[in-house]
Design a protein around this ligand. Sequence first.
Ligand code: HEC
Length: 179
Amino acid sequence: MAHPFLKQLFNFNQKTMKKITAIGLMGVAVMLICSFSELKKVQTNEISIPEGYRNWTHIKTAISNPAFAAHSGFHHIYANAKALEGYKTGRFQDSSIIVFDVLESIPQKDGDVYEGKRKLIDVMVKNSSKFSETGGWGYEEFIYNDTTGIKIVHPTKSQCFNCHNSQKEKGFVFSKYRS
Ligand code: HEC
């Protein structure tokens, strides 16, 4: 017969072990859930709005024809460092990212035109192996709406690539960089 103290210690240890096992299992479950949601994020949203793109190189701005309602307004184009290299050399390397930032254009009484709210953001990301079917560029569109938030479009090949394909000789990029 073990000493009562030892028995107590043994019981305590058994209880503690059970607790530790339970906590461990919970930890594993949490890890699994987290990695699953990470996976889901990657699958449903391969391209996101790049952080800090407003600090990248501003390539150009245009005001588009109001007839193209959804895309009308100011078009600002930004390139990350890799993409800027591409604009200069004509060859866009993997990890190049170009952002097409569309804002409302608001005519003022004196004839000036000011920027309004953001309407949408189009993003092109270069990854030759991942997006080999669309010239190595992945295309994504984010539509802004005050009430419903940002809608991710997941455009089809014909919604983006078929038009950009006309610029194949220039790496599928329309705009030109000016110093
Ligand atoms: C009908 C043709 C057409 C379609 C369709 C189109 N684009 Fe473009 N895109 C253009 C043109 C033209 C420019 C250049 C605009 C300028 O220079 O101001 C451009 C510019 C861009 C740029 C800046 C880089 C560049 O090529 O100059 C990005 C990024 C972009 N588009 C993304 C997209 C995405 C994403 C889609 C699909 C949701 C899309 N585009 C659909 C014609 C098109």
